[in-house]
Design a protein around this ligand. Structure first.
Ligand code: NAD
Length: 701
């Protein structure tokens, strides 16, 4: 974990705790011991602290988050003090990742030598925190207030080049980092240079008051509901305005304050949720994956185009198949237009564009798909069409090729049975626009092989997607939840609210877009067609919806300039429309509903509780592996506000007893659909046991 070797009168302490030398309790203890040992060893004149593997250190050990180990002594502050007060000069030799607590460790050293590949950051703000081991006090002393503040407020990663001209590095390594650091150490020992401590560097700034006021205004404008960025400004201001020890105290107070905020708790939950999502129940993390060097995409429509872009962006060649030359040309033109937009914005170079397009092999034949290691279909959402496609794939695909469907609602197990190799079939449910949206639901069929799942998860990471495993059910995790949310919103429309009130209430809660604006964006005609089909299948049930009346009037949403709102040509602003209000009034009258006043609080409660209740069922049924997976889907696919951590994390913060009570109250109101609002069994069970969703680890597969 920590190597100790004396070389040419210098103790070399090598952090060796893969993958990123995170600073867990054991390694912290070893560092303190090694510093003491070096201090007392007469053979040692100086100490080098160096990393291994991916670099210096990635900072705190996330596995210790929230456990007593993260607070146990030696705490990071203790380690930092031991290094700073070491009687012999300590030199940080930095390459690769040097982040968070790792950078704070390096800042406490008396000297720093960096390799060109060093990547430095204080990313705590991304978890709603600030660097709590002296980073906000030492970094400004070395790189200047402005640069330090930028790094701390944004959490951005910088390299030695961007920090040239500051006092951060005492030498830049040429060639081998350890040799450079040893040479530097010998130099300072020969010169008998007096070790300087960063805490003793003076920090002066003219017009500090005015500067920090300006910084606060800037940060306030972009921080939204998050308290951490402003606290970062306060902490850096303390480095200028207070003596070092008082500044450290201020940093600690601010850090402890942020630790207790719900926003930071939510962001830390998301951070851990993302790490947990890659583990698949019943599949060892070490399972070998299948190599994927070439991808096939079938259908070059909305989804097929975006999926193709996702793969070529990740450097994977794609064979793109369509039924007609015209459809193929249209699909390719859309892809090109998309990239040209990026070119105009400056986020892509011409060379990058050419490189990407060159990775596409368009075809009208199945033959070229013989070479593909993974084939994804994104053809029409129709079982007969999918059946034909999968039968053809079964004929042509090489043994071991993964056959994937992007279906939103069809039964994946039925699709798998169209082939003689159901173990190779999986669902890869991308979200629209597929080249932009980070979320990917990886659908595990009854027969899907473990290594097929593991391959899909690792491939998703490779192309920059956040993959979440879902079982097979109608709508998988996300669409199943949003359907319930839509029903709750529609009920409120009937009860007496208007689309604009419902949307505004939910947007104030933090959702990126209210349900009716979202419906207008997605297009109302898709749901209309589904309801017509269902009504024909089940003539005794009532599937009618205000959206049907809108569709009958040609209002399909944004694409037709009118839906639940109206839209000016070329603009996306949703404008409330009295015609829609009139349609809603008539719809209520037809159903004999007397409208009542609906409060914003009721809107939020009903819509969000509907999500929570369905999320609980999804976890209980094992469709989602864990509650944090449900949160990730809703955060990344449906615009749930990150500072609330996702629907189930939000439920935990409200308290499951309160949520269950709220659901029962709604269920017992006159006219309410009692089955819809009855609290889900898992929710009730956890509430009774005084537990949270986060504590429930899911049902093992
Ligand atoms: P689309 O109509 O835009 O594209 C479908 C394309 O498939 C068309 O270009 C069509 O020519 C082509 N096609 C049809 N039959 C084919 C065949 N036999 N062989 C090759 N190509 C064929 O549809 P879309 O919105 O891209 O949806 C595709 C799939 O993705 C559907 O299963 C849909 O449910 C799913 N999906 C859609 C979204 C979305 O938001 N649009 C999101 C997730 C998943």
């Amino acid at each position: 974990m920590l190597g100790f070797e004396v070389k040419q009168g210098v103790a070399v302490l090598r952090l060796d705790s893969p993958p990123v030398n995170s600073l867990g309790l054991e390694i912290r203890r070893l560092i303190v011991e090694a510093i003491a040992r070096a201090e007392s060893d007469p053979q040692v004149g100086a100490v080098i602290l160096i990393g291994s593997g991916k670099g210096f250190s990635g900072g705190a050990d996330i596995r210790e988050f929230g456990t007593p180990k993260s607070y146990a002594e030696p705490h990071l502050l203790t380690v930092v003090r031991a290094i700073e007060e070491c009687l012999k000069p300590v030199i940080a030799a930095i390459d690769g990742v040097c982040m968070g607590g790792g950078l704070e460790l390096a800042l406490a050293c008396q000297y720093r030598v960096a390799a060109p590949g060093a990547r430095l950051a204080l990313p705590e703000v991304k978890l709603g925190l600030l660097p709590g081991a002296g980073g906000t006090q030492r970094l400004p002393r070395l790189v200047g207030v402005e640069t330090a503040l930028n790094m701390i407020v944004t959490g951005a990663t910088v390299g030695p080049d961007q920090l040239r001209g500051t006092q951060l590095f005492d030498a830049l390594a040429q060639g081998d980092l350890l040799n450079s650091a040893l040479e530097f150490a010998r130099g300072i020992l020969a010169e008998r240079r007096i070790a300087k401590r960063v805490r003793d560097l003076s920090i002066r700034m003219q017009n500090a008051e005015a500067y920090f006021q300006f910084a606060r205004n800037m940060v306030k404008a972009v921080a939204g509901p998050y308290p951490a960025p402003l606290a970062c400004v306060d902490a850096v201001a303390a480095s200028v305005q207070l003596p070092f020890d008082a500044g450290m105290k201020r940093e600690r107070e601010l850090f402890v304050g942020l630790m207790a905020t719900p926003e930071s708790a939510a962001l830390r939950h998301i951070f851990q949720a993302e790490r947990a999502a890659s583990h698949i129940n019943g599949v060892p993390d070490s399972l070998a994956t299948r190599p994927i060097a070439r991808v096939g995409v079938i259908g070059a429509g909305t989804m097929g185009g975006g999926i193709t872009m996702s793969f070529i962006n990740g450097g994977l060649p794609v064979t793109l198949l369509e039924t007609t030359q015209e459809a193929l040309d249209r699909g390719l033109a859309n892809i090109r237009r998309n990239y040209q937009g990026a070119l105009r914005k400056g986020s892509l170079t011409q060379a990058g564009l050419d490189q990407r397009l060159a990775l596409i092999t368009p075809t009208l034949l199945y033959e070229p798909l013989r070479e593909a290691d993974l084939i994804i279909e994104a053809v029409f959402e129709n079982m007969e069409v999918k059946k034909k496609v999968f039968e053809q794939l079964d004929e042509i695909a090489k043994p071991g090729a993964i056959l994937a469907s992007n279906t939103s609602a069809l039964n994946l197990d039925a699709i798998a049975r169209f082939t003689k190799r159901p173990a190779d079939v999986i669902g890869l449910h991308f979200f629209s626009p597929a080249n932009v949206m980070r979320l990917l639901e990886v659908v595990r069929g009854a027969a899907t092989a473990s290594d097929v799942l593991a391959t899909a998860m690792s491939l998703a990471k490779k192309i920059g997607k956040l993959a979440v495993v879902s079982g097979v059910c109608d709508g998988f995790i996300g669409n199943r939840m949003v359907a319930r949310y839509g029903m709750a919103a529609h009920d409120l429309l009937l009860a007496g609210a208007l689309p604009q009130q419902i949307d505004a209430a939910l947007q104030n809660f933090g959702l990126a877009m209210g349900p009716f604006r979202m419906a207008d964006l997605a297009g109302l005609d898709i749901g209309w067609a589904v309801r017509k089909r269902r009504a024909a299948e089940f003539p005794n049930e009532d599937f009618s919806n205000v959206a049907d009346v809108l569709c009958e009037a040609g209002r399909f949403g944004q694409k037709t300039g009118a839906g639940f709102y109206r839209y000016e040509a070329g603009a996306r602003d949703a404008i409330p429309d009295p015609d829609v209000s009139a349609i809603i009034v008539r719809f209520r009258e037809k159903r004999g509903i007397t409208p009542r006043t609906v409060s914003d609080a009721e809107i939020v409660e009903r819509c969000i509780y509907a999500l929570i209740n369905e999320g609980a069922r999804i976890v209980d049924e094992g469709i989602a592996q864990r509650s944090s997976d449900v949160d990730l889907v809703y955060l990344n696919g449906y615009g749930f506000p990150p500072y609330r951590g996702g629907p189930l994390f939000y439920a935990d913060s409200v308290g499951l007893i309160a949520v269950a009570h709220g659901l029962r109250r709604i269920a017992s109101t006159p006219g309410a659909d009692a089955a819809f609002w009855t609290p889900a069994p898992l929710l009730l069970r956890l509430a009774q046991e005084g537990k949270t969703f986060s504590e429930f680890k899911g049902h093992p597969k």
